[in-house]
Design a protein around this ligand. Structure first.
Ligand code: FES
Ligand code: FE2
Length: 380
């Protein structure tokens, strides 16, 4: 750790070789997971520049429906206007910075700040300020909520804080056609679960992207329905698809009865969004950095059939997922402790299994190194 404090951010970034072929590659070095300066650089160059999921399209279908979220530490609100247009803003009042919208989601005819009662339209424009007569050099038109970019894909709502960012469709790349046959938008929201984990957000993503490497060892129940040898790993653009044929022996009835279809599809989209699909089943995992040592993972569970008759089955399916998650959480926290050990610097990658992890590290390195150059240039 003492070494880390003495190294500059440039030196820490330079320790990762993103050009190495998989057979020669190392993981990103341990300080990337434990140094607060790297976490801050990620906030600026990754989470403030990439498309980030903030909600589901079924939450913002009607005029006035909104969702709130935190992206790169910034409070954000996405809201459908009376004109049918979806917009997103910093959820920060232009008066004295209170959060204007305080609910996670809902419907409103006007965005009303709870602090001093300023009102904004659904299009973000400032409509009214109580007791503001006599204030000079104040233009209402210049004091609307500050916009960010917003777009949707399948059943997901994305925002981007970077007004210069390329469109969502370009960011998604070939993922759009790869995921199209699954018909994700046909599934209906059932419930959510939130996990607060004592590990850097990248530890959770790495664990997801190890190509099933940990499945036979850590998830014995899940392993019984996955054809582990046939597990495939595709890496392209900014996504990784890990997929496995499903088999149904009798060993673990609880898992087998809630996991149907021919294949399991596990998608990851850079940097922090995953979705897992089986026939009639979808769960999404949004990994939100809290600080260098903590992350929050929001799981949304969706099913083809969310009728009352199906409730018990769906609840069982969610419970099966939770068991797997608990196994992952314990190991992620152990990894975070290990990354701080003087005994560890960086690790090697399995050529058979860990191509997705390498893609993640390469994309991250490109954003951090590019962002650092831009910051240095901007500071000069
Ligand atoms: S902070 Fe919103 S009205 Fe004062
Ligand atoms: Fe796992």
């Amino acid at each position: 750790m003492r070494m880390n404090q003495e190294s500059s951010v440039q030196q820490i970034l330079a320790r990762y070789d993103d050009k190495a072929p998989l057979s020669q590659a190392y993981t990103i070095p341990a300080p990337w997971y434990v140094d607060p300066r790297i976490a801050e650089l990620e906030r600026q160059t990754v989470f403030s520049k990439t498309w980030q999921v903030v909600g589901r399209t079924d939450q913002i279908e009607k005029p006035g429906q909104f969702v709130t979220a935190t992206v790169a530490g910034e409070p954000i609100v996405a809201v459908r206007g009376n004109d049918g247009v979806l917009r997103a803003f910093y959820n920060v009042c232009r008066h004295h910075a209170a959060a204007v919208v305080t609910e996670p989601c809902g419907q409103a005819s006007i965005l009303h700040c709870p602090y001093h009662g300023w009102n904004y339209g659904l299009d973000g424009s400032l409509k009214g300020m109580p007791e503001f007569e006599g204030v000079k050099n104040f233009e209402r038109e210049d004091n609307g909520l500050v916009p960010v970019m917003v777009d949707t894909w399948e059943s997901f709502v994305f925002v981007n804080l970077d007004l210069e960012a390329s469109p969502l469709s370009q960011f998604l790349g070939a993922l759009v056609t790869r995921a199209a046959p699954l018909g994700l938008a046909k599934l209906h929201y059932f419930t959510s679960k939130v996990y607060d984990i004592h590990c850097n957000w990248k530890v959770f993503v790495d664990n997801y992207l190890d190509g099933g490497y940990h499945v036979p060892h850590l998830h014995k129940g899940l392993n019984s329905v996955l054809d582990y040898k046939q597990y495939t790993i595709e890496v392209e653009d900014r996504y990784c698809l890990q997929s496995s044929p499903l088999v149904f022996p009798d060993e673990d009835a609880a898992v087998a009865s809630t996991r149907k279809g021919n294949r399991a599809w596990y998608f990851w989209l850079y940097p922090n969004f995953m979705f897992n699909f089986y026939e009639g089943y979808l769960d999404t995992n949004l990994v939100i950095p809290i600080d260098v040592d903590h992350c929050r993972v929001i799981f949304d569970f969706c099913f083809g059939d969310v009728s009352e008759a199906r409730r018990e089955f769906n609840e069982r399916s969610v419970a099966t997922g939770s068991g797997v998650q608990d196994e992952d959480l314990g190991i992620c926290e152990a990894v975070q402790r290990g990354l701080k050990s003087r005994a560890y610097g960086a690790g090697r990658l399995s050529v058979r299994r860990e191509a997705g992890e390498q893609l993640f590290h390469q994309l991250l390195a490109a954003d951090l190194k590019g962002g650092l150059v831009r910051n240095v240039v901007a500071a000069d």
